[in-house]
Design a protein around this ligand. Structure first.
Ligand code: TYD
Length: 214
């Protein structure tokens, strides 16, 4: 039993990290643990999670048009944020109001790492757009699963989609983007090293969350 899990009712937690960090496995395990404890959990994933969002997700992950060039980075950032605005309005805000634990697989921390730290859009620009998209609904805590590029690459499927095929240098910038966010806002971020096996990472995650919420 983990009585501290009860502190998470009506709170908003994000699980995030570079591709291959294993965050989705930890997300599933944590969601199951909270559900077993009787906590109502609202799971959302990005990009997507609503009908509009799934349509945007399809554009983002499949857009490839050699004749017309790559999608502009600011267009990409705004699409991620548009999907997020819908997700907040349609799913996250109502769930929080109903006292549920909202668990998000990726959120604005992904945009700050991928389009910001790695892509080069100024962090302050992304945060300004974020203010418009999210209003008052910001995460209580962002858990960053931190993994070195080599481990991440080995975990990734060789059939990479557009976002995942950008190479090691890009991944290193994404990783640093997450670590910088955590360093600059330790109150809202938690870093969990995730190069070990899933059981070890999960035990560490639970210990760190318990220390925060107990
Ligand atoms: P996907 O395979 O759908 O999800 P995941 O890697 O979480 O299992 O890939 C989503 C990709 O989109 C991933 O490479 C990260 C990227 N992304 C951004 O670049 N910016 C964002 O704001 C979000 C939410 C995701």
């Amino acid at each position: 039993m983990n009585p501290w899990l009860n502190q998470l009712r009506g709170r908003f937690l994000v699980f995030d990290g570079p591709d291959g960090s294993g965050k989705s496995t930890q997300f599933r395990r944590f969601s199951e643990a909270a559900t077993r404890q009787g906590i109502p959990v609202c799971e959302v994933r990005e990009p997507g999670g609503t009908m509009v969002g799934e349509a945007i997700r399809k554009v983002l992950l499949e857009y490839q048009d050699d004749a017309h060039g790559e999608m502009d980075l600011r267009c990409e950032m705004l699409l991620f944020m548009a999907s997020r605005a819908q997700l907040v309005a349609e799913r996250i805000r109502p769930a929080l109001q109903a006292g549920q634990l909202v668990l998000a697989d990726r959120f604005i921390s992904s945009t700050l790492a991928y389009q910001g730290a790695a892509g080069g859009i100024p962090i302050s620009d992304i945060l300004r757009v974020g203010q418009v998209a999210l209003g008052q609904t910001w995460p209580d805590l962002v858990v960053v699963f931190d993994v070195d590029e080599r481990t991440a690459a080995m975990r990734l499927n060789p059939l990479l989609d557009r976002m995942e095929s950008k190479g090691a240098a890009y991944h290193a910038k994404v990783r640093q983007g997450y670590l910088d966010q955590a360093k600059n806002d330790p109150q809202h971020y938690l870093v969990v090293p995730s190069h070990m096996d899933a059981d070890t990472v999960f035990a560490d995650l639970m210990a760190k969350l318990a220390a925060r919420f107990a």
